[in-house]
Design a protein. Structure first.
Length: 380
């Protein structure tokens, strides 16, 4: 029962390591991922700025249109006031003439041989009827023509007033629609401006992150290049940790991003706290936290006995470092424990082998990573 429990715990810790590995990104892979994000975000920024420019142009167009409609409304209100004034003047005149006309009717009633009943039941054009010559001679044509003229003008003005009222209503409705549309555009402009600001922030953050990652890699290279040439190692490595290789060196199809990304080392899946050993004898030239690599150790081994190629080994993501800069280590000495510091979500060891390469044309030296599998034995 105890053995079964032990086996379950052992496989459980390995499962955690495997799951952690799926989300793990090496600094080189992180730079590649960031570069792709930068391209995407810059494209989005360009598109958003174009859309913002269009929104601003629409806002200016709406503002000009609102200004024109405001002027039209002002003119319509002015015209409406004039029409209202003319309407009031003619209404007063109509009232005065109607009053005078009623007085004449009463006069006719008193002096006419016809009764008011006869006048009421007569046809509409009684004032023009030849049989009504008696009344026609008593009513002044001028008064009747003037009343009819005023009534005609009143009808025209009433129509104008109605027309202006309709126009004013239309302008006000149109203005409201334009104002609502402008508010909508202003809201879009605010949202788009905020979106562009966020994109700029992301671009700056990712750019800075890439610079830091590149700086980390260059820093390690400088440490190796400035180290005095001295042989410490035997040229043959041992396995740096007990575990199995979960991710190989070189270009690989990333399980999350579904594209090929260079992996600068190999990853060993191993439970947290597993001892990490020096793959060969050497000098510790770096020990401490190192950005995306987390707690790391860089060991300088010196020239290979056969190839004379200067070799160093790198151990990243340790939970605890047990050595310090300047320590001289023998092959198999414990340098730290497996962990998940830096860009890692699960415990594992990221192991790299770095060599100094001389450019054949410029004769300049630089540091490059090579496949660690060529230096460690086929079996642990």
């Amino acid at each position: 029962m105890v053995r079964l429990l032990f086996v379950l715990l052992f496989f459980s810790s390995f499962t955690v390591s495997i799951l952690g590995e799926k989300s793990y990104l090496t600094p080189d892979a992180k730079i590649n991922k960031n570069t792709k994000q930068l391209i995407s975000k810059k494209q989005k920024q360009k598109k958003a700025q174009f859309e913002l420019g269009k929104i601003k142009k629409d806002i200016r167009s709406i503002e000009r249109s609102l200004l024109r409609s405001q002027q039209e409304l002002k003119q319509a209100v002015h015209d409406q006031k004039l029409v209202k004034r003319d309407l009031n003047t003619l209404s007063k005149k109509e009232h005065q003439l109607n009053t005078a006309f009623k007085k004449r009717i009463r006069y006719l009633y008193k002096h006419s041989p016809l009764s008011i009943f006869d006048i009421m039941i007569s046809n509409d054009s009684w004032i023009y009827d030849t049989s009504s010559h008696y009344f026609f001679s008593l009513i002044i044509k001028y008064d009747i023509n003037l009343i009819q003229s005023i009534k005609t003008h009143l009808n025209i003005i009433r129509k104008k007033r109605s027309k202006f009222l309709t126009k004013t209503t239309e302008i006000l409705t149109l203005q409201k629609e334009k104002i609502d549309y402008e508010k909508s555009l202003q809201k879009k402009r605010t949202q788009k401006t905020y979106y562009i600001t966020q994109l700029k922030h992301d671009i700056n953050r990712i750019t800075q992150e890439n610079k830091e990652l590149e700086k980390l890699s260059k820093y390690l290279s400088k440490l190796i290049l400035k180290e005095p040439t001295r042989s410490y190692g035997s040229g043959s490595f041992i396995y740096p940790v007990k575990g199995w290789i979960s991710s190989k060196y070189g270009n690989r199809r990333h399980p999350i991003f579904k594209r090929k990304i260079k992996h600068a080392g190999i990853d060993f899946a191993s439970p947290k706290g597993t001892p990490i050993k020096a793959a060969d004898s050497g000098k510790v030239i770096f020990a401490g936290p190192h950005g995306g690599y987390g707690n790391s150790v860089l060991i300088y081994h010196g020239p290979h006995p056969k190839t004379n190629q200067i070799i160093s080994s790198f151990y990243a993501h340790q939970s605890r470092i047990l050595v310090k800069k300047g320590d001289i280590l023998r092959k198999g000495d414990v340098v730290g424990w497996v962990g998940d510091t830096g860009y890692a979500t699960g415990p594992h060891l990221h192991f790299e082998v770095k060599v100094i390469v001389k450019n054949s044309s410029s004769r300049l030296k630089y540091v490059s990573t090579v496949n660690p599998i060529n230096y460690i034995p086929t079996k642990s």
